[in-house]
Every structure is written in C-alpha cells, then in structure tokens.
Design a protein around this ligand. Structure first.
Ligand code: NAD
Ligand code: DAU
Length: 353
C-alpha cells in the first residue's frame, strides 16, 4: 500500500512522513515544490530508504499529479502543501492564492480523475485528507467559547482567507462529485524542524544569537499550542477512522499569550544554556509594530475528535516546549541549513536590519 503526501518537506508534513515511516512500512510518495519552507535536510534520515519516494513538484501541476497517481496507485492523499506564514501573506498574497486556492483546485481535479477510474473496492477505501487551520474561523474575544467545527468561517488574513477557500473547494468536491474527503482544522503547531520565521523557533534562535525577541503589539494575543507529533497522530487517526466529509478540529488545550510563550522559552534557555553575563534572556524582549489585522485569540474545542475517534494530545505545553528548546540546542546543522541567504532577507524585510 502507498500514500501520497504533499508538502512533506515542510514542518508538519516532514514530521508526518518521519513518524509515518517510523511506525509503518507503507510507502510514502512525497510531492513537494521545495519553496523556501521545504527542506530535504528534515528527511535526511530517510536517505536510501525505498519506502520514501521524493518528487519535487507543484500541487498545481495536474499532469504531474495524474502521472504520480497512476504510477503509485495510493490509497490516500494527504494535503499539507501550502504557503503557511501569515506575515508573508500580508507582504505578498499572490503565492497564497496560487498554491492554497488554485493549487488545491488542481490537486482536487487530478485526484478526482484518478479516483473516478478506480475499481469499486479501491474507490470505496480511498481518502483525500486536507490539512487546514483554525485561522479560518477568525478571531475570538477573551470570553468567547473555543472554535467548534460548526463555527462560521470568518478569515481575516490573506493566508486564512486562502485556506478557507481551499476548505470550501474540498467540501464542494465531496458534495458535487462524491470525492471521499476529510478535513482537519488545527491550532498552532510547534516542535522539531519548525522554520524560524514562526514565533517559537524565531525566539529560540534570536535569543541564542543575542538578538531582540520581537513581540507584536502588546503581546497579549492568545494562541492554542499543539506539539507537532500530536497533530501527526491526530491526522493518522482521522485518516484511519474519520467519517467521510466530516471536519475535525485539532487542538492542544494550551491557550497562552504570546508573552507567556516567549517568557517560558527564556526561562528554559536560562536553565539549559545560561547567558554568559548571567542575565535572563527575557531582557532581549522588544515590542515592535503589530501585525496588520492581527487576530486576538484562537482557541480550539477538540472534543469531537476525542469523543468520536479517541484522540487526545500526549504532550502538555510544558513538556512539549522543553523538548522543542532542547531540539534547537542539539541540531546546529539543520539550523545552519535554514538560516542562510533568503532567510536573512526575510528577517530584514519583516523586522528591519
Ligand atoms: P510549511 O510552510 O512549513 O511547509 C509547507 C510545505 O509545502 C513546504 O515544504 C513547501 O515547499 C511545500 N509547498 C508550498 N507550496 C507548494 C506547492 N505549490 N506544491 C507543492 N508543495 C508546496 O507549512 P506547515 O507549517 O508545515 O503547514 C502544513 C500545512 O498545515 C499547511 O496547509 C498549513 O496551512 C497547515 N497548518 C499549519 C499549522 C502550523 O501551526 N504550522 C497549523 C494548522 C494548519
Ligand atoms: O493557528 C494556526 C496557524 O498558526 C497556522 O495556520 C499557520 O500556518 C501558522 O503559521 C500559525 O499562525 P500564527 O500567525 O498564529 O503563527 P506565528 O508563529 O506567525 O505567530 C504566533 C503569534 O506570535 C501571533 O500572534 C503573532 C505573534 N508574533 C509572531 C512573530 C513571527 C510575534 O509577536 N512576533 C513575531 O516575530
């Protein structure tokens, strides 16, 4: 048996492929465009492993997808491929429209063509799992109930609007054509192999480099944090047993303000890699201009996934963030590989030289 994963050289997709092959001998065909966020170093441990077939390519390339599907006959497709960073979507929304909307459309059409021609048993067993985000639901006030699966879509950034559009396309391809789909909407992930444009890895690396730790606005925005390996386990569970055309919210029950997250990282670094001058890393915290349209709070009600499929996160924020900080302290080569030219250009554009 074979599965096809898109975006499997990125943060979550990479963790998913590694975890999948650690627990199964089922081949993974991994289609990734290798944008700035895709990194084959994440998959270095799979070098020479015949169970991992890497193909560089775009989910928007329908002919390539059709050929891969015909050749490998996967029983499932899991779509991680996306432009994923909100700040980049504010600077340049075009790539988000192209990959997240047009790319998903082309993926759906290629998969529909393949699925339509499958024999009855293969057709019934086939699944397309689309990985999405809690940001499609918009923002919450401090005392609002967490997002459930029936919360209305109110995306606020070019990124979240493009993901919302992709969710709607996936839904429509089920209702119109009968394509067997599943969608997951997850909160903020963190853990190994996280590209350091996102808050947690950025703060760890800036702290160690003696640079400012940029807090947007007042730092009181709230996110729900989920350790990436818990997200991967949830996806495996939904793929195994999720009900067709259902959406499942995935979250960690770990609501934190950004300031709390950054202070926790500083305290861990103070313990694990104290500054030479004996000062706390928290002295590097710097308040910077807020993100335009910054969503104030996300919170996920993940009870449906627990009730129907028995999934619960294994990590607390405290255990997961300790593992994460330690991982960044231990993995210099991976970090060196991702903090070169184009990454520095992004930092200069976003935060100023
Ligand atoms: P990422 O940016 O780290 O990785 C995205 C991957 O997709 C990269 O390897 C990139 O090369 C690849 N890619 C981009 N455009 C492509 C294209 N046109 N064709 C093929 N490959 C392409 O993203 P991530 O954080 O790993 O997120 C993965 C998915 O999970 C995304 O769909 C994202 O919206 C969703 N998600 C992310 C989070 C989070 O906290 N990171 C939370 C919820 C949902
Ligand atoms: O909620 C799920 C989403 O989580 C995913 O869909 C996105 O792909 C993923 O990038 C993430 O989006 P966020 O915008 O929440 O993540 P980010 O790490 O960019 O920012 C987290 C919070 O920290 C957010 O409130 C903005 C703030 N922030 C971020 C950066 C990069 C700062 O205060 N300073 C920073 O330098």
């Amino acid at each position: 048996m074979t599965i096809l994963v898109t975006g499997g050289a990125g943060f979550i997709g990479g963790n998913f492929v590694l975890d999948w092959l650690a627990g199964s001998d089922e081949t993974v065909v991994n289609l990734d465009k290798l944008t700035y966020a895709g990194n084959l170093q994440t998959l270095a441990s799979l070098h020479g492993d015949a169970r991992h077939v890497f193909v560089q390519g775009d989910i928007g390339d329908r002919a390539l997808l059709a050929a891969l599907l015909a050749q490998h006959q996967p029983r499932a497709v899991i779509n991680f491929a996306a432009e994923s960073h909100v700040d980049r979507s504010i600077h340049g929304p075009g790539d988000f429209i192209q990959t997240n909307i047009v790319g998903t459309f082309n993926l759906l059409e290629a998969v529909r063509g393949y699925w339509t021609d499958l024999p009855a048993a293969g057709k019934a067993a086939f699944r397309l799992l689309h990985v999405s985000t809690d940001e499609v639901y918009g923002t919450l006030a401090a005392d609002d109930a967490p997002f459930s699966e029936t919360h209305r879509y109110e995306p606020n950034s070019p990124y979240s609007a493009s993901k919302a559009a992709s969710d709607h396309l996936v839904r429509a391809w089920h209702h119109t054509y009968g394509l067997p789909v599943l969608t997951t909407n997850c909160s903020n992930n963190y853990g190994p192999y996280h590209f350091p444009e996102k808050l947690i890895p950025l703060v760890i690396l800036n702290a160690l480099a003696g640079k400012p730790l940029p807090i947007y606005g007042d730092g009181q925005q709230v996110r729900d944090w989920l350790y990436v390996k818990d997200h991967c386990a949830a996806i495996r569970r939904v793929l195994d047993a999720g009900r067709l055309d259902e959406t499942y919210n995935v979250g960690g029950w770990n609501e934190k303000t950004n300031l709390e997250v950054v202070n926790t990282i500083c305290a861990l670094l103070d313990e694990l890699r104290p500054r030479a001058d004996g000062q706390t890393y928290a002295t590097q915290i710097t308040y910077v201009t807020d993100r335009p349209g910054h969503d104030r709070r996300y919170a996920i009600d993940a009870r449906k996934l627990e009730r129907e499929l028995g999934w619960k996160p294994a990590e607390t924020f405290e255990s997961g963030i300790r593992k994460t900080v330690q991982w960044y302290l231990d993995n210099h080569d991976w970090i060196k590989g991702v903090t070169s030219g184009s990454y520095r250009d992004w930092l200069n554009q976003q935060y100023g030289a």
